[in-house]
Design a protein around this ligand. Structure first.
Ligand code: SP5
Ligand code: ZN
Length: 341
């Protein structure tokens, strides 16, 4: 399997994450991608290629222009305002408040944030743009006949909505890729999100549409991030009714339970008969992940990959979460090796 990767991910190297009331080194840090690419090479998974540049248009096919312009200029404007730290939200559009967009950067950061832990630092836009190109290049490989491809995206994307950032995400790489398939002749795309956290951004982007089926397995949002979306009764709206499927699971869920939810999700995907399957591949379901509560072991990730392969679909893996430990490389590559075995 070919891997698409760029060193430009290093441009996202924030100093601060708001965690338990303290500013700590972000869990979403450059070493994550380094662990994964190191393991890709060690395991001889296949070619590692740089992304091509598809420009801004496929990003603007998902994200609102004012949001994209905000991401492009936020860091510069934050510094011009004289702030000393990284750009972080301090206000939100709380219930019954106005949706009018503030003009001052401080208010705009709150307006465009869906979570408070994620800062905007110098280089964030450049890295997020490059990450989206890694996703688009993977889609292009599938369009050119590859059975599978690994887009080693960083920063991740599945929490980002059309006009909000947060959860370590800025541009929704999986959504941008899905839309690219549809804009290049695809009729139906399925997205299987196996990251520990609910893919609230991806769900929100496609919620009212029937040309993208979204299936997510995740920690129950009553118990964990992103807290405010991802319940089982969110099944899609309008034309999209029935095309959003959530499997929230409780703390300490072991692989056997997780795997039976995967089997149900894969059945739903088989019924949908998509042209292509995108896997939002987070490995924060690992038992030792520092911010998560599932109990998957390294070998389970190999089984996961084999289960996904049995769907028989052209499959693009897009990297999402997975934190702190060197095993994120082993676990991510185990999924890919299980898939091709
Ligand atoms: C892409 C992705 O995986 N984003 C996850 C963002 C989660 N950010 C909030 C983390 C809050 C963690 N609280 C942990 C409690 C541990 N007991
Ligand atoms: Zn996650």
């Amino acid at each position: 399997m070919e891997t698409i990767f760029t060193e430009k991910h290093r441009l996202r190297d924030a100093k601060s994450e708001l965690f338990g009331g303290q500013l700590v080194q972000p869990h979403e840090r450059p070493s994550r991608a380094e662990y994964v690419i190191k393991r890709v090479r060690e395991a001889n998974l296949g070619l590692v290629s740089d992304p091509d540049d598809f420009g801004l248009d496929p990003i603007l096919a998902i994200h609102k222009p004012d949001f994209v312009e905000f991401l492009q200029t936020a860091w510069e404007r934050w510094q011009e305002a004289g702030f000393q730290g990284e750009a972080m939200p301090t206000t939100w559009v709380g219930r019954r408040m106005s949706d009018k967009r503030p003009s001052f950067i401080e208010g705009q950061v709150g307006y465009y944030a869906l979570a408070g832990e994620t800062s905007i630092s110098g280089g964030t836009w450049e890295a997020a743009y490059a990450s989206a190109q890694v996703a688009l290049t993977g889609a292009d490989r599938i369009n050119n006949g590859a059975r599978s491809v690994f887009s080693l995206c960083r920063p991740p994307g599945h929490h980002a909505t059309a006009d909000m950032f947060g959860g370590y995400c800025f541009l929704n790489n999986a959504a941008i890729s899905a839309q690219h398939y549809l804009d290049t002749g695809g009729k139906r795309v399925a997205i299987l999100d196996v990251d520990f956290h609910h893919g609230n951004g991806t769900q929100d982007i496609f919620y009212n549409r029937d040309d993208v089926l979204f299936v997510s397995l995740h920690g129950d949002p009553l118990e964990t991030f992103p807290y405010h979306l991802g319940h089982a009764d969110e099944t899609g709206g309008g034309a999209g009714a029935g095309f959003n499927v959530n499997y929230p699971m409780p703390p300490n869920t072991p692989f056997e339970v997780w795997r039976s939810a995967l089997a149900k999700g894969l059945d739903r995907i088989a019924d949908y008969a998509p042209d292509v399957l995108i896997v939002s591949l987070g490995v924060d379901t690992f038992e030792n992940d520092p911010i998560s509560f599932f109990k998957l072991k390294s070998d389970d990730f190999t089984t996961m990959g084999a289960d996904i392969a049995r769907a028989g679909l052209s499959t693009q893996f897009i990297m999402e979460g997975g934190y702190d430990v060197e095993e994120i490389g082993v676990n991510a590559v185990n999924v890919l090796q299980g898939f091709i075995a």
